[in-house]
Design a protein around this ligand. Structure first.
Ligand code: HEC
Length: 125
């Protein structure tokens, strides 16, 4: 059932994320694990409008490649919580992050793989 919706995203992500490491807008995009690749597609649909496609941030939300979001500061549990319950503005001045609808905890795990692999490739840890 989900496949129908994922297929066009697979196509888009293959093009956009690329199979090999690339650099774009000062962001290093690594060769992703399978989990991160799936997470990247979800990220594109659910997070990129605020956090930027490469998690580099936008005018609506902060970069998740910032040291604030280092795994030692924002654990995987903190990601799950922010997505489930939203997050009040505290580090930045973009306003609150609303809870994200229509994403399961299992899918969030994939998203976290994507963010962590991007963080590692960009020197956050
Ligand atoms: C409507 C915009 C918006 C969307 C969509 C959004 N975020 Fe956020 N997010 C924000 C803003 C704004 C903050 C910063 C809050 C602050 O610290 O001031 C934030 C903060 C966070 C934080 C840190 C929370 C904390 O405890 O400090 C995480 C992790 C995060 N976002 C992950 C995600 C992920 C993953 C997705 C997609 C599933 C997502 N966000 C979707 C706007 C958004």
């Amino acid at each position: 059932m989900k496949r129908r919706f994922i297929a066009p995203l697979v196509f888009a992500a293959t093009i956009a994320l690329g199979a090999a490491p690339t650099r774009s807008e000062e962001v290093t995009v690594p060769a992703f694990s399978d989990q991160a690749r799936q997470g990247g597609m979800l990220f594109m649909g659910k997070c990129a409008s605020c956090h930027g496609f490469y998690a580099q941030g936008s005018d609506k939300g902060p970069p998740l490649l910032h040291r604030y979001y280092h795994p030692g500061h924002h654990s995987d549990e903190a990601f799950l919580r922010a997505i489930r319950d939203g997050a009040r503005q505290h580090h930045w001045s973009f306003g609150d992050m609303p809870a994200v609808e229509g994403i399961t905890d299992e899918q969030v795990r994939f998203v976290i793989h994507y963010v962590r692999e991007m963080q590692r490739a960009n020197g956050v840890f």
